[in-house]
Structure formats: C-alpha cells, structure tokens
Design a protein around this ligand. Sequence first.
Ligand SMILES: [Zn+2]
Length: 134
Amino acid sequence: MNASYENTALRVDIEKMKAYYTALREEELCDCEGCQYYRAHVRQAFSKIADYFDSLGMDIAKPFHVSYVELKKENKMLYMACCYVAFGDCGLDFSQTIDGAVLTRAGACPDSGVEEPHIELEIQELTMCYPKEE
Ligand SMILES: [Zn+2]
C-alpha cells in the first residue's frame, strides 16, 4: 500500500456530523457579540457555503471558535477564521475554495472540548455587514 501523501480529499461521516450538530445547543457556544452575530447571519450571508456545509452534515452556524475583528469605519465584521468539528479525515493540505472562502484544516484554535476522535476545519475569511443600531 502506498503512503497516503496525497490523501487530501475530505471524507466525513455525515450521519455522525448531523447528530453532533443537531445536539449542539446554543448555550454551549460562545455568547460574545461577534459570535452571536455570526451565528445569526452567516446562513443568509453565505448561502453557497452554508449549502456546502449542509452537504457534509456540518452546521455553518455552529462553529466552536471564531476569530474576528470589527471594522468600525466600514461597518463590517471580518471573520478571519471560524473553526468547526468534523468527524472524518482529510490530508493536512486539504483545501477547498467555496464561493471565495477557503476551507482547510484548522491551525491554531482552542480545544473544541470534543473527546471523540475528530478533525478540526476552519473557513476563512468571511466579511459581513455589521450595521450600527441607531
Ligand atoms: Zn465569541
């Protein structure tokens, strides 16, 4: 058997993914402003990416970690990296471009808290309008 250096494709256990994301409750996720805004708006803002996530059984609105900055002058939020738990495997060099954003293995993100064997994926970068409430 050849060593799988070219094992870049992402394969996931869709049923396990769906079960995990369905069971993951809002209260278990970060309640800071940027994360709440992301979860509330990412699906409408990036429907193609959301559809791709859905095809994997992964809920785009339930990242376990989000890195962002508010671009105050532009009334935007820049989400540099949003990290997700996935049950499956892919090469360390896995990279999938979806609607201008890039999905890869997650680099530096905090512990997901998931005990079962899993991989961590991150999507970057996503910019969303962040209108000021008057
Ligand atoms: Zn947060």
